[in-house]
Ligand binder design. Sequence first.
Ligand code: 4AD
Ligand code: MG
Length: 469
Amino acid sequence: MPQSIERSTIRMIRDDQVPPGPVHVAGWVRTKRGSKKFSFVHLTDGSTPQTIQIIADAGLDGYAEMVAPLTTGASVKVWGQLVESPGQGQKYEIQAERVELCGLADPDSFPLQKKEMTYEYLREIAHLRPRTALFSSVFRVRSLVSFAIHEFFHKRGFQYVHSPILTTSDGEGAGETFTVTNFDLEKVPLQTSPGSGVDYSQDFFGQKSMLCVTGQLEAELLTFGLGNVYTFGPTFRAENSNTSRHLSEFWMVEPEMAFADLQETIDLGCALIKGVVRKVLEEAEADLEVIVKRNEVDPRPWLKMALEEDFKRISYTEAISILQDSGRSFEFPVAWGEDLKSEHERFLCEEHFKAPTVVYDYPRDLKAFYMYLNEDGKTVAACDFLVPGIGEIIGGSQREHRLDRLEQQLQAKGIDSEHMQWYLDTRRFGSVEHSGFGLGLDRLICWLTGMGNIRDVIPFPRVPGNCSF
Ligand code: 4AD
Ligand code: MG
């Protein structure tokens, strides 16, 4: 068997891209069973949820050293013949002609055994869980969705821009930033006048710096030069929320459109979600099957509904009336001016509308400084997208593009505008209405897959008290 034959992935074989005949694959043993005469090895290589069966005859050269010791988790390279399989559930199998054992996985210490493990346990071994059928499927869906998002924007002529991760501005003005410093924390320099705090002018960047909570402000600058843009990157929030919906490091997609109002942003959000759902239903069927089998939560009915139905659109004021008239007793108060909590959001989309729901025009006091103040002087042109099972998945708005109003908002929110002059410049020179939103990728993946905890849709979750790996 020539060793020079190019390696095929199991996906290529499954997709009929590899003709029967000589073949070379490499991967990890999912299971092995056998008799004295043969071993049947199910091999996975991560390219697809499916495995390929390798049949190794005990008469094979090197069988005792290369095949007999294989157990779950071991890595191997295999050369052989791809033949049609008489077995059910697979079209092809490989009759091995040469097997090369790469690395053993001692069954006494390899933690991923056949028995079902809890999600909590698997989180503790997040360095190994990508090797399970479940997590490799979740992460493949994540990859597909990321690609689908880029494809969606690319087809619509949006430019992909990179907003900075290190920044000196709290883009949401909510004070949930992680400080970035190079100070020796044992000897932090203080300003000379007593009580005036840390002297950041001596720090690495010469001023107080942090990790971004959003790329929006920079995306706003870029849309004024490039037209429609989007960012897609990690964002960081130091909010102490220990929930199944919050991460300290999460991925956000933030489109920004010049010459566009709130409605256009809502339309874009609906189209994006529908586009991604379509892609997942078309291309991730086998992965969804694996995920659904483990979870017993099937997202497909609500995905199909999201594809077929128009998303419901209601104002915040209407949402409050619906909640007040619902006859429900909620844990948190329902009154105009109060924020919608998760229980309210979920009632609206899961029980009342039974569909993805967009709530717009929120009270100005509930939302960030950059949002467009509506004519009523009380509400801002904000929108939140709520989906069944999750709640808020998108937060967006039309931006306040009028310099005087924006300055008033900054003042009203107690934000020092001295450090925001670069942002205000957009409103000084060629200002125009513009709008955009932030889609939380991790929450989106939870919704698409039916995974119940956001810590299980990102390879290495960062949450309060945990930054392992
Ligand atoms: O609603 P948020 O805070 O909006 C913004 O950051 C705006 N600057 C976006 C924009 O208009 N460009 O966050 C947007 C989305 C939320 O709807 C949610 O899906 C996700 O980001 N998100 C989180 N996901 C995981 N963990 C957290 N701690 C999250 N905080 C927000
Ligand atoms: Mg929000």
